[in-house]
Design a protein around this ligand. Structure first.
Ligand code: SAM
Length: 158
């Protein structure tokens, strides 16, 4: 099984790099984990709606180019379906029965292109708060690890 995390924008903070590396290491016993970091577009402070849509579209093209029809895609979006850690675990279980590659997508500062949301098999939210994309990467790797721990009935999840 492969777990792929596609993220728009660079990971710059060392304190997050270490945390993400730790969860990727822990996850590696469940499958091959890959993080695909895609370039983001510069977002001018006073961009028009049209300019923002163009930026999202360019980033969306890069994301879509990394997907295959066989992938099971979780797109992360604030307005998506609110799920608990237990529900994420169940979703992973179901996704693994349908596909050998699970892809999680984190957008850049403007979010995700509508086409990426449409392509998703599941559009999920970790709450109505806005997390910066770098922190989201850490939270997501921990939650995927937690989902596997829940599946194993491990006391990691209390
Ligand atoms: C800085 S946020 C983007 C904010 C943007 N204004 C929006 O509404 O999507 C960067 C990315 O992190 C992810 N993200 C941030 N907070 C999230 C949350 N509470 N639930 C799910 N994904 C989140 C999403 O993939 C988002 O595209």
């Amino acid at each position: 099984m492969r777990i792929k995390i596609i993220s728009v924008g660079k990971l710059k903070e060392k304190y997050l790099t270490a945390g993400i590396a730790e969860y990727v290491k822990r996850l590696s016993r469940f499958g091959q984990v890959e993080i695909v970091e895609l370039a983001d577009e510069k977002t001018p402070d006073k961009a028009s709606e049209k300019e923002n849509a163009q930026i999202l579209s360019k980033e969306g093209d890069r994301i879509l180019a990394k997907l295959t029809d066989r992938d099971f895609v979780f797109s992360m979006a604030i307005e998506g379906k609110l799920i608990s850690s237990e529900e994420l675990s169940t979703s992973l279980e179901q996704a693994m029965q349908q596909a050998s590659t699970l892809v999680f997508i984190i957008g850049g500062s403007l979010g995700l292109d509508p086409r990426v949301k449409k392509r998703a098999n599941a559009l999920i939210s970790f709450g109505r708060i806005t997390l910066p994309h770098q922190l989201m990467r850490l939270v997501l790797t921990e939650q995927i690890y937690r989902a596997f721990m829940i599946r194993e009935g491990s006391p990691y999840h209390k």
